[in-house]
Design a protein around this ligand. Structure first.
Ligand code: 4AD
Ligand code: MG
Length: 432
């Protein structure tokens, strides 16, 4: 029996005759030879069919089949120094499994809306393959990092009654006879987890009814939210920078082929593994922006031009510390000696990718937290359980949230978040 392998395993089978299940992505043929561009989900490579070496019917099949035809191929694996994959198959036999006619995504250029309408097929293309594999590596690396650091993963609910990040961006749904919201953030639950297990992280989908149509916003995205008991903000910042450097290093180490497919420069990425990352205060950031001619004043939130300018001043990601209270959520710890700032930080990614992490030390005092919830006009009844965490052995704690698609978009150097997630959800898109 011929051994069945995946394309990615070709390097271990040079000189052997093997069987591969694959789809045709493109094809070139002349009178004597056909070059089949093949993919099987593990990698892309070429099958060469020589007219004089195969049965006539096999050569005819190779010449006739169309893009995305699926097939079993049998043939011998050779090294192929001209391709960046490095191996190819000299095909001996082809057995078509499923035919394919008029595949909508041809090798020519297509508009973005057309591609998004065909996302279920677009995922098959080389670039999308590479991005999703890098996403997968970042998922793997996230679990490895937090497991090594002694965190446990905790899964917060998605149907909730609370609005940690503000009430304007909630998706409401019916929960029997009551309204409920799709979770904006797992943080409040992660805080309960930290008080139970010390160090926890969440990793799941969150939802924001963002009306903004920008390349940085999805309505459904994935967030990693670590939360640590007995830790202050400075320690949290150290975990954040080590985590980001670990993600980047893991992609460099394990995704060289994928990075090549999307033309991402590895030397640039290496810059982002150097620690520590610079830290500036919000106050300084405002001064830097004003000096550069931006029309901003103390108290303003940053838009993407401001974030891009700030991050362009540094070669690594940069932490902006201690934002004004008015533009941040209620649960943060006020800065000592100041009545207008919180102990918090956003991490801005280089190359114009903006905020990828938001985090803070948390308010630990029962009365102050209660007052902060009331000041935001939130329904106290929904936060009683959260206030309990300050009633029974409250301790200093800090945490942060990494926007997973923002991090992928930056590491892969994409134009828009929509390519970082298999099926993007945006203001005008719920299909496919
Ligand atoms: O800054 P945010 O709103 O912080 C929180 O949700 C906190 N509860 C985190 C914590 O301390 N545990 O969101 C965190 C990150 C942002 O830095 C950004 O990267 C990403 O989530 N993000 C979005 N990503 C895609 N689409 C959107 N609409 C996003 N909104 C925020
Ligand atoms: Mg934020």
């Amino acid at each position: 029996m011929t051994e069945q392998i995946r394309i990615i395993e070709a390097k271990d089978h040079v000189g052997e005759v093997v069987r591969i299940g694959a789809w045709l992505t493109d094809k070139r043929s002349s009178g004597k030879i056909a070059f089949l561009q093949l993919r099987d989900g593990s990698a892309f490579f070429q099958g060469v069919v020589l007219k004089n070496e195969v049965a006539e019917a096999v050569f005819q099949t190779a010449k006739d089949m169309k893009q995305e035809t699926s097939m079993w191929l049998t043939g011998e694996i050779h090294e192929d120094s001209r391709s960046h994959f490095g191996y190819e198959m000299e095909v001996q036999d082809i057995e078509v499994i499923g035919s394919s006619e008029d595949y909508p995504i041809t090798p020519k250029e297509h508009g973005i809306e057309f591609l998004l309408d065909h996302r279920h097929l677009w995922l098959r293309s080389k670039r999308q393959f590479a991005i999703q594999q890098i996403r997968n590596e970042m998922i793997r690396a996230t679990y490895e990092f937090f497991n090594n650091e002694g965190f446990i993963k905790m899964d917060p609910p998605i149907l909730t009654g609370s609005a940690p990040e503000g009430t304007t961006e909630l998706f409401e749904t019916e929960y029997f006879d009551k309204p409920a919201f799709l979770s904006q953030s797992g943080q409040l639950y992660a805080e309960a987890g930290a008080m139970a297990y010390g160090k926890v992280f969440t990793f799941g989908p969150v939802f924001r009814a963002e009306k903004s149509k920008t390349r940085r916003h999805l309505t459904e995205f994935w967030m990693i939210e670590p939360e640590m008991a007995f830790m202050h903000q400075a320690q949290s910042l150290e975990i954040q920078e080590r985590y980001i450097a670990f993600l980047v290093q893991s992609v460099i180490d394990n995704c060289a082929y994928q990075l090549k497919l999307i033309d991402r420069d590895i030397e640039t990425l290496k810059q982002y593994t150097k620690l520590p990352f610079p830290r500036i205060r919000y106050d300084e950031a405002i001064e830097m922006l004003q000096k550069a001619g931006f029309d901003v004043k103390w108290g303003d939130d940053f838009g993407s031009p401001e974030e891009t300018y700030l991050s362009d001043q540094f070669e690594q990601p940069v932490f902006v510390l201690n934002y004004p209270k008015a533009i941040k959520p209620f649960y943060m710890l006020p800065e000592e000696g100041r009545d207008d700032t919180y102990v918090c930080a956003d991490l801005l990614a280089p190359e114009g990718y903006g905020e990828i992490i938001g985090g803070s030390e948390r308010e630990v005092d029962y009365d102050k937290l209660k007052a902060a919830i009331e000041a935001k006009g939130l329904d106290l009844a929904e936060y009683e359980w959260y206030l309990d965490l300050r009633k029974y052995g409250s301790v200093p704690h800090a945490g942060f949230g990494l926007g997973f698609e923002r991090a992928i978009t930056w590491i892969c150097h994409l134009d828009h978040l929509r390519e970082a997630i298999p099926f993007p959800r945006m203001i005008n898109r719920l299909k496919p």
